[in-house]
Design a protein around this ligand. Structure first.
Ligand code: CP
Length: 298
């Protein structure tokens, strides 16, 4: 059972916890223009030691929508440029904030920060390890768009070794019945052993469209090839384009946590099965729900 103190790993959450968060997220669906006050009088500390657009801005928007305020840390222009450590920076933020969202390149770093901070801490990505609120918003997207979280054939494509979003996604979806996962990537960039389960199959990355034609997935979850994390010899690229759309079932969807680089050709953006921007939109209500719960206001 989730202690509702921090959200560091998707493993912190039971199936019931996930369903409760998604229900609350849907409750916040029509928050536009409404005067909500769940976070009134509270301040969120948004501390990102790695770049971000969606996670940082959607948490900021979520806090505003809940009636709260936000303090943002960026290394540039801060005393980090004078040599202040990350630990000291977050301990100072703790003095000014009631809840903190932290992204850091170090695997396991957010757990360490949560252990030293008394305010609730949300993991916004710890290196190539996990990104639990991305998975929650992915599940929110799937539940709303496909109307179920069970009986899904999910193809994960791209850099599955360093792509933290797919790690948390598999962990979250394996809690629901009869979901199967197909990792399509070069073997060296397959999903790490600790995230594989009995329903996971690694598919050799040779002909993506042929693989998709055979699998007939409900979801294709594409990820960026994270050049900044790859070792020498691990580089590769792929593209989903109109030819790919021709082999996919009519009821399937293509998801991507964004940012995309070359994985999704913009020529497919108008296809209703291509939903990465809708997916980013579900982040707002999902993060409102997580903030409200951690502030004890749900
Ligand atoms: N999906 C995601 O985490 O995007 P950002 O890196 O822009 O936050």
């Amino acid at each position: 059972m989730w202690d509702r103190k921090d959200l560091v790993s998707i493993n912190d959450l039971t199936k019931k916890d996930i369903e409760m968060i998604l229900d609350l997220a849907d409750h916040f669906k029509d928050s536009k223009g409404k005067k909500l006050d769940s976070a009134k009088g509270y301040i969120l500390g948004n501390v990102f030691f790695e770049p971000s657009t969606r996670t940082q801005r959607s948490f900021q928007a979520a806090m505003y929508r809940l009636g709260g305020n936000v303090l943002t840390h960026k290394d540039i222009g801060s005393s980090r440029e004078k040599g202040e450590s990350k630990e000291d920076t977050i301990r100072v933020f703790e003095q000014y904030c009631d809840v903190m969202v932290i992204r850091d390149p170090g695997i396991g770093s957010i757990k360490n920060y949560a252990d030293i901070l008394s305010v609730p801490v949300i993991n916004a990505g710890d290196g190539s390890n996990e990104h639990p609120t991305q998975s929650l918003l992915d599940l929110c997207t799937i539940r709303n768009e496909l109307k179920r979280l069970e009986n899904l054939k999910v193809v994960l494509v791209g850099d599955l070794k360093y792509g933290r979003t797919v790690h948390s996604l598999v962990k979250a979806l394996e809690q629901f019945d009869n979901n199967s996962f197909f990792g399509v990537s070069p073997e060296s960039l397959g999903i790490p052993e600790e995230f594989r389960n009995k329903d996971y199959e690694q598919v050799e990355f040779t002909d993506l469209n042929e693989a998709l034609r055979n699998i007939k997935p409900d979801i294709v979850y594409a990820t960026r090839v994270q050049k900044e994390r790859l070792s020498e010899g691990e580089e590769f690229s792929y593209e989903i384009n109109s030819k790919t759309m021709d082999v996919l079932p009519k009821e399937s969807v293509i998801m991507h946590p964004l940012p995309r680089v070359n994985e999704l050709n913009p020529e497919i953006d108008s296809d209703p099965r291509v939903i990465p921007f809708k997916q980013a939109g579900y982040g707002l209500r999902t993060r409102m729900a997580v903030l409200a719960i951690l502030l004890g206001k749900s």
